[in-house]
Write a new protein. Structure first.
Ligand SMILES: NC(=O)c1ccc[n+]([C@@H]2O[C@H](COP(=O)([O-])OP(=O)(O)OC[C@H]3O[C@@H](n4cnc5c(N)ncnc54)[C@H](O)[C@@H]3O)[C@@H](O)[C@H]2O)c1
Length: 291
């Protein structure tokens, strides 16, 4: 199997934009595709801002700025992924939408290209089933915000070859990330407890038990977390939280995984979180990716 030189990312929203930054920062030519061109131009502006902050904090040398930015190539056309050795998908959390995408990618990409999904809750084996190459399919679940968090939960599907999984694992390490192997289970490790945990925090707000500020204060002060659940939910986005809940509840039927009604009302009101400028908190600067 050829070594990984060119990386594709599909979906330039909250997660895909961070993954693209991680990839270009690690030295890979990175091709990002999104059907929404506004998100692609936002990525270029916001990644320049992010790298400048990294330079100011001494985490990157100034002479790396231009080469790192020039490794990011954006397009609305999937055809631009035709030479990629791995394609990481970070589009909407919907099995049918992901199947449609991978069926197209299977026609476009060379036969050695590894396909990876950043899904949080959908079975890797099920997504792989619609890809036409389930032996080259892996789960690569980055954490939010991907450009700052090291963890990547890596899951083989039932038909994933050991060779492909190892290749994706080595690639993950070459990105400077920390891979952890999990079975192909809804929520993997992190979201298995995080989705019910966050939903219960939302239900506390719904029931008027405490304000979002006080819930975050209590969790941070008692559990040592850097971020409380309400702030995290604003980064995740209510639209994504709803899709995550649906996917996990569908698979597990756990009551705690069911989407709280407040999430639907917030979506209807446009209170998506940081990306729309308002969620549980308000934001002056509504960027695609947080922190
Ligand atoms: N938000 C999180 O906290 C988080 C964390 C880890 C993993 N994930 C997973 O990552 C994936 C993406 O989530 P997100 O929060 O970044 O979503 P998002 O809504 O912020 O971004 C999705 C992007 O995909 C694009 N898109 C949708 N369908 C497309 C298609 N067919 N072709 C090209 N572009 C398309 C949209 O235009 C959008 O820019 C989901 O599978 C989600 O479960 C999310």
């Amino acid at each position: 199997m050829a070594s990984i030189k060119k990386v594709g990312v599909v979906g330039c929203g909250t997660m895909g934009s961070g993954i693209a930054i991680v990839s270009s920062r690690a030295g890979y030519e990175t091709f990002i595709v999104d059907s929404n061109e506004k998100n692609l131009s936002a990525l270029m502006t916001q990644s320049a801002d992010f790298f400048k902050k990294s330079i100011a904090r001494g985490k990157m040398s100034a002479d790396q700025l231009e080469p790192t930015l020039s490794r990011l190539h954006t397009s609305a056309n999937l055809q631009s992924l035709q030479d990629c050795d791995i394609v990481i998908e970070a589009i909407f959390e919907d099995l049918q939408v992901k199947h449609q995408l991978f069926a197209k990618l299977n026609q476009i990409c060379p036969s050695h290209t590894i396909f990876a999904s950043n899904t949080s809750t959908i079975s890797i084996t099920e997504i792989a089933g619609g890809s036409g190459r389930d032996e080259l399919f892996v789960g690569m679940h980055f954490c939010l915000p991907a450009q700052l968090m090291k963890l990547v939960e890596m899951s083989p599907g039932l038909n994933t070859s050991e060779d492909a999984f190892q290749k994706a694992w080595d690639f993950c390490i070459s990105l400077g990330q920390t891979p952890v192997k999990t079975q192909d289970t809804p929520g993997f490790i992190l979201n298995y407890f995080l989705i019910p945990f966050n939903n219960n925090a939302i239900r506390m707000v719904e029931a008027g038990i405490a304000t979002p500020e006080d819930i975050d204060k209590a969790i941070k002060a008692s559990m040592g977390y850097a971020m409380g659940p309400m702030q995290l939910l604003d980064l995740v986005g209510m639209d994504t939280q709803k899709l995550l809940c649906h996917a996990m509840h569908d698979l597990t039927h756990e009551p705690d995984a069911a989407c709280p009604p407040l999430v639907r009302r917030m979506i209807a009101a446009g209170h998506l979180g940081k990306k729309s400028g308002k969620g549980f908190f308000t934001y002056q600067n509504s960027k695609l990716f947080g922190a």
